[in-house]
Design a protein around this ligand. Structure first.
Ligand code: ADP
Ligand code: MG
Length: 266
């Protein structure tokens, strides 16, 4: 009798204590877990294990969500929506092997080289999202935005801090290195950043230019040649230079596209 009477207050206190300990998911799911334990006639261990698992899951989901936000992907693109048959020259085996993300732990760069529309950005976002879901920190930049950010840091003397911060990101994605109105400092800034990550943390670079052309674009061919040397030393190269554009040749552009596509897909 006494025990029954005391139970709600014990339960309330437990909930308060869980909240105090910031075990929010356990507090939230307490009633439901108790009901489940009663209906399934679970033992104490199964009950507490189930409740703790809810907390672990909630935290991992929150952390993935946080890291997805920090990564600043321009869109959501995954390998689930990637048409593996579209690009005839694509080394599908390599693209799939890289999904293991061993290259991140090994600090090996990945270069995606190919004409516009061949799926470079799609793939780099897809790798980035995979990495985020497996607990890595990721930061995605359009190359001109990154260069402008590095350049701006010179004005207030925060370059070292910025490069230090970017050097700690598990996977840095520099998307679409192309012809930009170059500033003389761009080459040094990019070199310093790549140098800071070299051998430790991988950088994924996509470009519609060949690596030989990067020097002309960034304005310091000699320095960029050593940057390319550093990247190429251990890089995986996904080469789709002879690929066709999904934008102009893909199903969305094709006149005999099936009529049953949803408006978003069409
Ligand atoms: P790139 O970065 O090489 O210029 P994108 O990755 O931006 O090309 O691709 C252009 C568009 O075509 C994007 O909407 C992308 O999702 C889509 N796309 C490209 N290749 C594929 C593919 N193999 N399967 C599905 N969609 C693709
Ligand atoms: Mg692109």
């Amino acid at each position: 009798m006494t025990r029954k009477k005391g139970l709600p207050s014990v339960l309330d206190e437990l909930r308060r204590n869980l909240e105090k300990l910031k075990l929010k998911a356990m507090a939230r799911h307490l009633d439901e877990a108790l009901e489940q334990a009663t209906s399934l006639e679970q033992g104490y261990i199964a009950f507490i294990a189930g409740l703790v698992e809810r907390e672990v899951l909630a935290r991992s989901e929150a952390s993935t969500k946080r890291r997805t936000g920090t990564a600043k992907f321009p869109a959501v693109k995954t390998f689930d929506t990637f048409d593996w048959t579209f690009q005839k020259g694509l080394n599908v085996q390599l693209v799939k092997d890289l999904q293991s993300l061993h290259f991140i732990d090994q600090g090996r760069p990945v270069l995606l080289l190919g004409k516009p529309g061949t799926g470079k950005t799609h793939m780099s976002i897809a790798y980035g999202l995979l990495a985020v879901s497996r607990g890595y920190s990721v930061r995605f930049f359009k190359a001109p935005v990154l260069l402008a950010l590095l350049y701006a840091s010179l004005a207030d003397g925060t370059t070292d801090r910025l490069i230090g911060r970017l050097a700690r990101v598990d996977l840095l994605i520099i998307d679409d290195l192309r012809h930009v109105p170059a500033k003389p400092e761009y080459a040094t800034l990019l070199f310093d950043l790549i140098e800071a990550r070299h051998l430790k943390r991988p950088t994924m670079v996509s470009s519609n230019l060949s690596v030989q052309e990067w020097g002309h674009v960034l304005g310091n061919p000699a320095l960029i040649a050593s940057l390319v040397d550093r990247l190429m030393e251990r890089a995986h190269v996904i080469n789709i230079r002879r690929g066709r554009s999904y934008r102009t040749d893909g199903p969305d552009a094709s006149p005999d596209r099936p009529d049953d596509l949803t408006p978003e897909e069409a």
